[in-house]
Design a binder for this molecule. Structure first.
Ligand SMILES: Nc1ncnc2c1ncn2[C@@H]1O[C@H](COP(=O)(O)OP(=O)(O)OP(=O)(O)O)[C@@H](O)[C@H]1O
Ligand SMILES: [Mg+2]
Length: 337
């Protein structure tokens, strides 16, 4: 029987699976809950269901987020989780686990040892043949950039655990880097800020909601949000209005650090490529690109046009999906490695 082909992205926040002909068939939090003692643990819940249990873990249950800062940190849990996700997307008429070939997005610049971890995870998940491609190249393909032409474009992917930046040209990376700045770190910083300014201890989920719903890089934004928590001094429940200006004060420094990293990547490019970048601008994707004002702040800092897209979290998986159907481009990318 012919192998089933899929594309997979295992992000710090979310895992996605693409099936040719069906598109993105799964996007769920990269979270797994186990039950039982550690040496003999069983899967209790995965994805969205497991995430709901975060912070309210019953006894004998352990919640694991197997990807940290963009990289797999618990290979065993990740393999089990990916296998469960694959099972979810198999059509009902599959009696046996099929032979699976996958294109997998991986963080830029992994060494051989780290790549071996991704291979082991795929094997444990039941994938018999895997082709690993840098996430940032997949983002470029997902954006429909001409990545195999000279000066194909600059892509910045701001995720939950990491930010990847690369100038793409001739189906490869001319200059690129990953920095461990992402939305998770900003959520934690918002949580600490609210505790300091309003004496209010809020959960990480509330901090994320504040950042994602009223977050802005404009210093004069007037939105605000009423949030509840526990007073850090009295321990009683309490609430406070957190403002967009608060969020800006917390998150803007992270975004400016990302802009600085983008600038150094551009500075490392040969002059002809810099010329192309000045003409074409740069693309910012990943969930972190949804923050209000990012185009303006980045373009003022970098002196080039900055573009965002409607569905920034889907670029990597859509790019991987497109590659499944374009073996010629896949071949050109693999030759560059
Ligand atoms: N409106 C928003 N403003 C700011 N950040 C947002 C917004 N919406 C989502 N995010 C953040 O985007 C991040 C998720 O993005 P994405 O799905 O690209 O990450 P990921 O691919 O799972 O992680 P990584 O690439 O780091 O491994 C989360 O930290 C989330 O809080
Ligand atoms: Mg990502």
């Amino acid at each position: 029987m012919a192998a089933m082909e899929i594309a997979v992205e295992i992000g710090t926040g979310y895992t996605s699976i693409y099936l040719p002909g069906n598109g993105i068939v799964l996007r769920e939090p990269t979270v797994i809950a186990f039950i039982g003692d550690p040496r003999n643990r069983r899967v209790h819940a995965v994805g969205a269901q497991a995430e709901k249990m975060l912070g309210k873990t019953p006894e004998r249950t352990a919640i694991v987020k197997p990807v940290s800062d963009g990289v797999i940190s618990d290979a065993e849990a990740c393999g089990v989780l990916l296998r469960e996700f694959i099972k979810k997307i198999l059509p009902d008429n599959y009696i046996f686990f099929p032979r699976i070939k996958a294109i997998l997005g991986i963080p830029t610049g992994l060494n051989m040892e780290e790549r071996a971890v991704y291979e082991d995870v795929c094997a444990a998940a039941g994938i018999s043949e895997v082709t690993m491609i840098d996430n940032i190249i997949l983002s470029g393909i997902g954006l429909d950039l001409p990545i195999d032409s000279a000066g194909g474009g600059v892509v910045v992917n701001i995720g939950a655990g990491t930010t990847e930046i690369a100038a793409l040209s001739l189906a490869g990376v001319v200059s690129g880097c990953g920095v461990t700045i992402g939305g998770d770190m900003m959520d934690k910083a918002v949580m600490d800020f609210v505790a300091g300014k309003y004496d209010l201890k809020i959960g990480i989920g509330t901090a994320r909601k504040i950042k994602n719903e009223i977050g802005s890089l404009y210093e004069n934004d007037t939105s605000e949000m009423l949030v509840s928590g526990r007073n850090v001094k009295t321990k009683n429940t309490g609430s406070a209005y957190v403002t967009a200006v608060d969020v800006c004060e917390v998150v803007k420094p992270y975004y400016l650090r990302i802009a600085d990293a983008v600038e150094s990547i551009i500075n490392m490019c040969p002059p002809e490529i810099v010329g192309e970048i000045n003409k074409k601008g740069i693309y910012v994707v990943g969930g972190g690109s949804r923050i209000l004002g990012i185009e303006q702040v980045f373009s003022e800092r970098l002196g080039v046009n900055v573009y965002t897209v409607e569905q920034p979290s889907y670029c990597v998986i859509l790019g991987a999906g497109k590659l499944l159907g374009d073996k010629e481009l896949l071949g050109r990318i693999l030759i560059q490695k």
